[in-house]
Design a protein around this ligand. Sequence first.
Ligand code: SF4
Length: 246
Amino acid sequence: MKTQIADLTPERIVAVQQAAETWTPQRTLAWAFDTFGDRVAISSAFGAEGMVLIDMASRVRKDFRLFTIDTEFLFPETYALMDRIEQKYEVKIEKVLSLLSPEDQEHLHGEALWARDPDQCCNLRKVEPLRRKLSELRSWITSIRRDQTSFRRAARKIEWDVKFGLVKVNPIADWTSKQIWRYLHDHDVPYNPLHDKDYPSIGCTHCTRAIRPGEDARAGRWPGTAKTECGLHMIEPLARLPVADV
Ligand code: SF4
């Protein structure tokens, strides 16, 4: 029986969550599109994983929704990739901006906030805009993978997002980096050229550098600090659903 949005209490999600762990990414995407219609959207920063998901989604449903949090500090290569995506997949990327322009931010919080207080900068430019966007949705789809950071290790393919109060869908949670790159090459999917210049993870220009040989894939994000996440995917373990029952 088809799941109705109204049925999707956090408890009901636990049951779907159990089944979804055996689903392919395509089946997980189809479930999200069928269940939430135009109240579900893919969130992407257009990294390698995001490109896999966008390509898969385009084969499952033509008119899928896609949004990005545009901090206005992204690399020119990322903006160029967005243009290419819009052309190739005939999708309009919904760009969500901070309420503060970079100039307003400097005026209110001083120069180079990202260097002095990256958590506050990420809150202003990423977390608040995401919260605003998610308030219009019933579900969001992300391209996080479990082996990317310790916070992501417990991610389920379908889960109740306690932080933002909606259903979070992670269709490629169990994929490896190797699978991602095989898919990109096999399907001739465009990707950010910075990946070929030792940028495995790409965020804002101010907080991203190329990695050095032997470094972790996310070592180039917020280098020199203990920060590994911008706050979009951080969920306290105790706030998770009882996954031990799944
Ligand atoms: S990644 Fe850096 S520049 Fe971008 S929002 Fe976060 S702290 Fe600011």
